[in-house]
Design a protein around this ligand. Structure first.
Ligand SMILES: O=C(O)COP(=O)(O)O
Ligand SMILES: [Mg+2]
Length: 221
């Protein structure tokens, strides 16, 4: 892992900083019940999160109905209900991973500017970071709606580097999935993945990162 040139970091949220699977399962469950649709299982949610809420809702609607028309037909009602249910429980069924606070302290002690870059809507991400005591570590927080395109597109990383005043080659992306690695590669950022998150149901070591760590405080700085 070559981190000698790194001067800043962009860190993913779900599956990297906070284990939010419980929040997703509860909010989706309440939404589906409200719409009169069948429930969804935890394993499906785990392999579907990471590409933003719109993707999660469309895939869930397809999965529970088996009807290719369902995502279009139900999307608007689902989105309204999901936002309401998610915001009502945001962080209640979620826990900060071991090593995260220690890792953030170490990154901060190096004087690196830190940004949180997630595909989660900004309106969910900010209160979650506040509630979990992590907001103070980040200069900026960008959700999946902050830019025209989401990860795995490189655009959010390029824009975030620009906002931090750092070149991509000096900005480390830390994430938990192929999505983060692909975006970082295309943006020209070095990338390290944690091994405990959600990687779309795939083994994380196949994601093509520069390095893999079991805890955030295991970064060789
Ligand atoms: O898909 C989501 O809502 C969140 O994904 P991320 O925090 O891992 O980018
Ligand atoms: Mg993630």
């Amino acid at each position: 892992m070559k981190l000698a040139h790194v001067r800043a970091a962009l860190i993913d949220l779900d599956g990297t900083l906070v284990d939010t699977l419980g929040d997703f399962v509860v909010a989706l469950g309440r939404m589906l019940r409200e719409l009169g649709l069948p429930a969804v299982d935890r394993a499906f949610v785990e392999r579907t999160v990471g590409k933003g809420s719109e993707h999660l809702l469309r895939q869930t609607l397809l999965h529970v109905t088996g009807d290719p028309q369902a995502p279009e037909r139900w999307f608007e009602a689902a989105w309204q209900a999901y936002q309401r249910h998610y915001l009502a429980i945001n962080g209640e069924h979620a826990a900060v991973y071991l090593g995260v606070v220690e890792g953030l302290e170490r990154l901060r002690s190096r004087g690196w500017p830190l940004g949180c870059l997630t595909n989660k809507p900004t309106a969910f991400a900010r209160p979650l970071l506040e509630r979990k005591g992590l907001a103070g570590y980040f200069q900026q927080v960008w959700g999946g709606d902050a830019f025209e395109r989401k990860k795995p597109d490189p655009l959010p990383l390029l824009k975030a580097c620009e906002a931090l005043g750092m070149a991509p080659a000096h900005t480390l992306m830390i994430g938990d999935s192929h999505n983060d690695a692909q975006a970082a590669r295309a943006a020209g950022c070095p990338v390290v993945l944690v091994t405990y998150g959600y990687n779309h149901g795939q083994p994380v070591h196949t994601a093509g990162a520069d390095g893999y760590i079991e805890r955030l405080d295991a970064l060789p700085l």
